[in-house]
Design a protein around this ligand. Structure first.
Ligand code: C5P
Length: 285
């Protein structure tokens, strides 16, 4: 009998991102709130005998992914950690823009770990999936965690946070900037003062709290980011970059109509709502 699973992988927005230090291994200490939104990739899994992991891209947007992308590496890491002899064919419907700071690759990897843990009958506990996930990328643990979160450390210290419902316009320029290049820039401010979750929760508008320390460096590497921020300002919206960009977002009121016809060619824009929890949250053990 064929064993199949279809699963969503939602994107995230960083409401703010403060860099508070740097570890000896070069990774940065940060404080951020990661928020899930209803812009999703979809992954289809078919269990296969023989141990091989294969991936195809169906539909979707953006350039083709490398054969050994994070989804394939997540499946292989799960095989290694569990000694599982099953394989899988994975079809990925990529909708979340790449090089956007929206966590698409990390979210795909997290959904892959949760799906194959189930499809292969492994029943590994969340704790073990989190360890595998962190080795794949600093944002993967957030997507495994299942909740909107106050995030510290390099991205692995998660505290669930309750957010109000919100509407957002999300913009992606046609160009992007490399995440490692942004983090490695000598111009990056790395000494933001530490905030507390209490300050964040008590702020007048949690969707406008703080700033993104990566944004000034990203603007230098990718001038489209400034064009997008100015475009949002012209719409009377207060925009911020998410993660290492180049996507931008701004909170909107439910009634407000944003005229996206004035965006330059090649830009993607979408109205999004936040999610209160990850759609696969119940799959964690
Ligand atoms: O872990 P991930 O692959 O998402 O990170 C991409 C790059 O971003 C890392 O190689 C590192 O240069 C940088 N990074 C960092 N500090 C973090 C997260 C990412 O320096 N907390």
């Amino acid at each position: 009998m064929r064993q199949l699973l279809d699963v969503p992988a939602p994107a995230k927005l960083n409401l703010f991102l403060h860099i508070t230090g740097r570890r000896a291994d070069g990774y940065h200490l940060l404080q951020s709130v990661f928020m899930l939104i209803d812009w999703c990739d979809t992954l289809h899994f078919e269990r296969r005998a023989g141990g091989a992991i294969s991936r195809e891209d169906i539909g979707g947007s953006g350039p083709a992914l490398p054969a050994n992308d994070l989804v394939v590496r997540a499946a292989q890491a799960l095989q290694r950690a569990s000694g599982c002899e099953w394989g899988a064919h994975i079809a990925l419907d990529k909708q979340i823009p790449q090089e956007a700071g929206m966590g698409g690759g990390s979210s795909d990897a997290a959904s892959c770990l949760l799906a194959l843990n189930r499809l292969w009958g492994l029943d590994l506990p969340l704790e073990q999936l989190l360890q595998i996930g962190l080795q794949l990328g600093a944002d993967v643990p957030f997507f495994l965690g299942g909740d909107n979160a106050w995030v510290e450390g390099i991205g692995e210290q998660l505290t669930p946070v309750t957010l109000p419902a919100g509407n957002f316009i999300v913009l992606k320029p046609p160009t992007g900037a490399s995440t490692p290049k942004i983090f490695q820039s000598p111009a990056l401010k790395r000494d933001s003062l530490c905030s507390t979750m209490r300050d964040f929760v008590a702020s007048a508008s949690v969707f406008n709290y703080g700033h993104n320390d990566l944004q000034p460096v990203a603007i230098n590497l990718c001038p489209d980011i400034k064009i997008g921020l100015d475009w949002l300002k012209n719409q009377n919206l207060s925009g911020t970059m998410t993660g290492s960009g180049s996507a931008l977002f701004a909170p909107t009121s439910q009634a407000s109509k944003v005229d996206i016809t004035t965006l330059p060619p090649g830009w993607i824009a979408r109205s999004c709502k936040n999610l209160f929890e990850h759609p696969l949250k119940q799959w964690r053990k």
